[in-house]
Design a protein around this ligand. Structure first.
Ligand code: 164
Ligand code: MG
Length: 346
């Protein structure tokens, strides 16, 4: 934890609520997003590491949640944040319906390299996105480390005609990112690192290795807004702010990170409330005119009740919260997480 004393566990548990929110479209292998929200002196905050992440990695997400609930965010330089549409690995004919959920967005991030899909399906999806967005639209793709070097080279070549803004995490490792960056340089498509930042022992290693042109920076997995800004600054690379399929409470943390960033060169991956079929507020952080507001979210008690997770899942999340709190209580000497990319879902 940085700069704020760790609150007692009972202070977190006092307001903790676990929700299970259905998605409109399957995304990273899940149909329901679970999250634990709780209230600090600064407002509501969210703890929602993906279920398969271990406690060491999840503890960093808890540090971020506490930071957002217990500390005033750094000063905002803007009050609306341009966001991208996020297109899951859907069939090409489903693309228009997905994009309709992101009104006004001039940028789309398209998932590719899903383990149950082919490159032909990726190409068809990206082609459909280009057709829907027109030549002015910006398209980035995210492989979540799903390609090996040769697959990545082949796929980037196949996708290049659709005019890509960048390719996010084409391969799992830093060394592979460096190599694919060299191999595809002639195509002029930047390489972005996501998992190699947010799931790495050393989030600066990818920049030090010259393995990426830009970084994807997310508040929750990086331990909070200030830590994410610090990593971005020390990396010295351009960066794009994104999120983790959060409820609107968690998206507010990402919006405050984007608001505090010195430069915002890229549309942010903060429009994902549009992928949720339910949220915890009646005024969610949905994209309007291609942007979301910078504001904190107070959940609606009736919506928290309506989306309440069942008893087993609630008990699981509360136990996880307790274990992660214990890890943070051990202090900075506690081991840092490096989950690698073993689960391949990013
Ligand atoms: O960046 C976006 O458009 C939205 C966020 C997003 O794509 C992700 C959120 C959570 C987990 C990841 O699989 C995924 C990503 O890899 O960037
Ligand atoms: Mg990514």
């Amino acid at each position: 934890m940085s700069d704020v004393a760790l609150p007692a566990l009972h202070d977190l548990l006092a307001t903790a609520r676990v929700v299970a929110l259905p998605l409109v479209t399957r995304f990273r292998g899940i149909d329901v997003r679970e999250a634990l929200v709780f209230e600090g002196p600064e407002g509501w905050t969210e703890f929602a590491p993906f279920a398969e992440y271990d406690d060491i990695e999840a503890a960093t997400w808890l540090a971020a949640a506490i930071d957002f609930g217990w500390r005033t965010p750094p000063s905002a330089r803007r009050d609306v944040i341009p966001v991208n549409a996020t297109v899951p690995a859907v069939d090409a004919d489903a693309v228009p319906a997905v994009l309709e959920r992101f009104p006004g967005c001039r940028t789309a991030k398209v998932k590719v390299a899903a383990s149950d899909q082919t490159l032909e399906q990726d190409v068809a999806r990206v082609r459909a996105v280009r057709a829907a967005m027109g030549p002015e639209g910006r398209i980035r793709v995210d492989a979540n480390g799903g390609w090996n070097l040769d697959q990545a080279e082949h796929a980037i070549h196949a996708l290049a005609p659709f005019d890509l803004e960048y390719v996010e995490q084409p391969c799992p490792d830093v060394a592979e990112l460096a190599e694919i960056r060299t191999r595809t340089k002639y195509m002029g498509i930047p390489i972005a690192a996501d998992e190699s930042v947010r799931r790495a022992d050393d989030p600066l290693a990818v920049a030090a290795a010259g393995a990426a042109d830009l970084l994807v920076v997310k508040a929750a997995p990086l331990g909070g807004i200030r830590r994410a800004l610090d990593i971005a600054e020390r990396a010295g690379l351009p960066f794009v702010v994104s999120s983790a399929l959060d409820t609107s409470v968690g998206l507010a943390m990402g919006a405050h990170l984007a608001a505090a960033a010195p430069e915002l060169d890229f549309d942010c991956g903060l429009g994902t409330a549009s992928l949720l079929a339910a949220d915890v507020t009646r005024d969610p952080l949905l994209p309007r005119d291609g942007a979301i507001d910078v504001r904190r979210i107070d959940p609606d008690p009736a919506l928290l009740d309506r989306s309440r997770a069942d008893e087993d899942r609630t008990a699981w999340w509360l136990a996880r919260l307790e274990r992660c709190h214990a890890i943070l209580a051990e202090g900075p000497g506690a081991p840092s997480g490096d989950a690698g990319l073993a689960d391949r879902t990013g």
